[in-house]
Ligand binder design. Sequence first.
Ligand SMILES: Cc1ncc(COP(=O)(O)O)c(C=O)c1O
Length: 375
Amino acid sequence: MKLFDVYPLMDVTPVSGKGCYITDEQGTEYLDLYGGHAVISIGHSHPHYIQRIENQLEQIGFYSNSVMNPLQQELARKLGKMSGMDEYSLFLCNSGAEANENALKLASFATGKKRVIAFNKAFHGRTSAAVSVTDNERIRANINKGSEATFLPINNVGLVEEELKSGDVCAVIIEGIQGIGGVQIPDDLFLKSLEQLCKKYDCKLILDEIQSGYGRSGNFFAFQKADIKPDIVTTAKGMANGFPIGGVLISPDIEARHGMLGATFGGNYLACAAGLAVLEVMESEMLIKNAAETGDYLLTELGKMDGIKEVRGRGLMIGLEFDTEVAPLRRTLMKEEHIFTGVSSTNIIRLLPPLTLTVEQASVFVRALGRLLAP
Ligand SMILES: Cc1ncc(COP(=O)(O)O)c(C=O)c1O
C-alpha cells in the first residue's frame, strides 16, 4: 500500500533527536527552529519525559474513560496551577482540531445558537466545525459547509459588534497569536473588547492556544498578556511534546453533563504521563522565562537585520516577513547551515523552536541568516 500523498515533504529523514537538535540518517545534525510545527516544547527526547512514559507503560498503558484515572486529575491540577486557571475544568482529547471541535460544540450547547465569528487568515483545524471556521476555502469540502461561520478582519471591534447584534452567534473564536496566518498578534484592547462583547451578547469567547499556548509566547497562554478570561481555551501541540493530546479548558459557568463530550483515547494514561512530564520540565527548567528571554534576543537581533521586511512575534513564536518567496532561503538554511525553519504563506519564515532554545543556539541562526542576507 502506498501513502495517500497529502504532504509536501522536506528532503530529510530524521532518525534521532536531542534537545534542540535532530539528526538525519546520514548523521547530519540540524538545529531545530521548527519544533515539528510548535510541538516540541521541552526538547527532543528529554530524559524525564522518556522515563515518565516508560514507567507508565510498565504499569498500565490504556483503559477507557469508564474507569477512574487519577493521572487525569493530576494533569488537570498541575495545568490549572501553572496556567493560573485553577477554576476552569479540563476535557482531554487527542488533537488540536478535536479540541476546537469540542469547544465549538460546547459553545453551541451552552447558548443554543450556531453561527460562529472567526477571523481572516484563521486556522483552527481540519475536522468539520474546526475547518468551517478556518479561513481557507481550499481545505473545506461541501460536507463541512453545514456550519455557519462569518470571517472578519482582526482588531476591528465595530464589525464584530455589528454581527453579534443579530443574536444568533454562539462563539467568537480567535488564536492567541495567529500561526498559519503569519504570526499576527491581536491587540490586547481588541481581546478585551471581545471578552466584553461576548458577555453582552451571550456568546462564548474561545481562545485557540493550540500553537501560541503552553509557554511559547512567554506567558503560559498568549491571551494572558491582555488580562482576559475567555469562556473556553483550547490547547494541543506543545502539551505533551509530540504525544498526541488535546485539551479544552472550560470556565465554571459552562455546566457539564454526562455524555455531553467524549473520546475513546482522550486522557489515556500515556498521554497524561507525557503531559505531566512536560509541565514538570517546564516548571523545573523555567521554560516560560527562557522562551521570553531567548525570544527577546531573537526579536532584537533579527529586527536589526537588513533584508527582512518585518519581524514580529512574542517569545519563541516569531515571523520573518520578506518581500520575496522564502522557499530558496529555507532550503539553503537547511542544506548549508543545517537549520530547520517553518513557513507561513510563501513569504514568511516562522520560528517555533523548542522552549529550551538558548541564546547561544539562537545566535547560530542569527549569524547564519546574517550571512545569507548579506548583499
Ligand atoms: C492555531 C491552531 N489551531 C488548530 C490546529 C489544529 O491542530 P491539529 O493539527 O492537532 O488538529 C493547529 C495546527 O496547526 C493550529 O495551529
